[in-house]
Design a protein around this ligand. Structure first.
Ligand SMILES: *Cc1c(COP(=O)(O)O)cnc(C)c1O
Length: 360
């Protein structure tokens, strides 16, 4: 297998015949002349297929792209869960996943078990479940769970395992190889990486499940715009480069903040001292650029972000620009002063100097 850089650049490559464009243009058509593979833009589109081929290759499965990360999550839940099923959700994961199940799937009368990512995973925890959904590293706390072990326990109980792989990306972690049935993500974040699209995907090694997901996507209409998909494919080409720089910056930031008198609760799974590191090192191929830490209060965290010149207050992460988000403002069950800090692709020296100045 070629290296990550090569795979990202060539993933989903189109027509390579002489005279064809190096980058296939986006196909924005609504309808197609009947008789070929495509007939209507809600059911299929060549630009989707190029990105699905690219991400599917990186994930090691069949990929289905969606209009957003939540479109992917909700489609997954609607496709897999039936009335009366039991589902495990991460207590410390992306808040809308829990909210969607609570507020919009009530008619299914599901039994929901909210499990912290760093829980002791036991047969009792997964007993009777139809679906075990985990998020590792979790957002925003950056705890991890052992995907292979969760898959072993869940499969013994007859459950499917789905991993929200947003924070790691397919270069950071390949859940399907570790035994998960499904990997899915918000590609709004690092995979696209330029803070200019909202997008999501699901990949699975099971071709029948991929077919069911595609049918559900066509019927529910949770389809992405071809131009967004094209932009994401363009962003994906530099994923290896961006993640390398972001991880270097995260390592430098961790070093600079460690022992800083104003900083508590510093987390980065890539750091040897981090509680998540032993499992992360075992199952992740790289650690990404997201670091979490706490300042003394909400006001202190807001003031820090306002003072930092290179750090924008923004509620997304994984992009070229460094950003920070005070998660309690969105209702995450975390301390008021907790910041999820997403290292961008600036130079480490500039970023660290800016952060330390803003903490002064
Ligand atoms: C952002 C995010 C989502 C939701 O994705 P959207 O593209 O915003 O719909 C889901 N899971 C995680 C971990 C996220 O960070």
């Amino acid at each position: 297998m070629t290296g990550d850089g090569t795979r990202c650049v060539h993933a989903g490559a189109g027509d390579e015949r002489p005279g064809s464009p190096t980058v296939a243009p986006p196909v924005l058509a609504t309808q197609f002349h009947l008789g070929g593979e495509h007939f209507y833009g809600r059911a299929a589109n060549p630009t989707w297929e190029a990105l699905e081929s690219a991400i599917g290759d990186l994930d090691g499965g069949h990929c289905v792209v969606y209009a957003s990360g939540m479109a992917a999550t909700s489609s997954l839940l609607r496709t897999i869960l039936g009335a009366g099923d039991t589902v495990l959700l991460p207590a410390d994961g992306y808040y809308l996943t829990r909210a969607y199940v609570r507020d919009h799937l009530g008619a299914l009368n599901l039994t929901v078990r909210e499990v912290p990512t760093s829980a002791e995973w036991t047969p009792e925890l997964v007993e009777g479940a139809r679906l075990v959904l985990v998020e590792t590293p979790s957002n925003p706390g950056l705890d991890v769970c052992d995907i292979a072990e969760v898959a072993r326990l869940a499969h013994a109980a007859g459950a499917l395992v789905a991993v929200d792989n947003t924070t790691a990306t397919p270069l950071g972690q390949r859940p399907l190889e570790l035994g998960a049935d499904i990997t899915f993500a918000s590609d709004t974040k690092a995979l696209s990486g330029h803070s200019d699209v909202v997008l999501g995907h699901i990949s699975t090694a099971d071709p029948d499940l991929a077919t069911r997901l595609r049918a559900e996507r066509t019927a529910s209409g949770a389809v992405p715009g071809p131009f967004e998909v094209w932009l994401a494919h363009r962003g994906l080409g530099t994923l290896d480069l961006r993640l390398s720089r972001q991880a270097d910056n995260a390592a430098a930031l961790y070093q600079a903040l460690r022992g800083h008198p104003r900083v508590r609760g510093l987390r980065w799974p890539g750091a040897a001292a981090d509680p998540a590191h032993p499992i992360a090192k075992h199952q992740m191929r790289r650690f990404g650029g997201v670091v979490t830490f706490e300042l003394e209060s909400a006001a202190a965290a807001d003031e820090f972000v306002a003072k930092a010149k290179l750090v924008a207050a923004a509620t997304s992460f994984g992009g070229l620009h460094s950003t920070a988000d005070r998660r309690a403002q969105w209702g995450d069950p975390v301390p008021e002063g907790l910041l999820r800090f997403s290292c961008g692709c600036e130079d480490a020296a500039d970023l660290i100097a800016d952060v330390l100045a803003a903490l002064r």
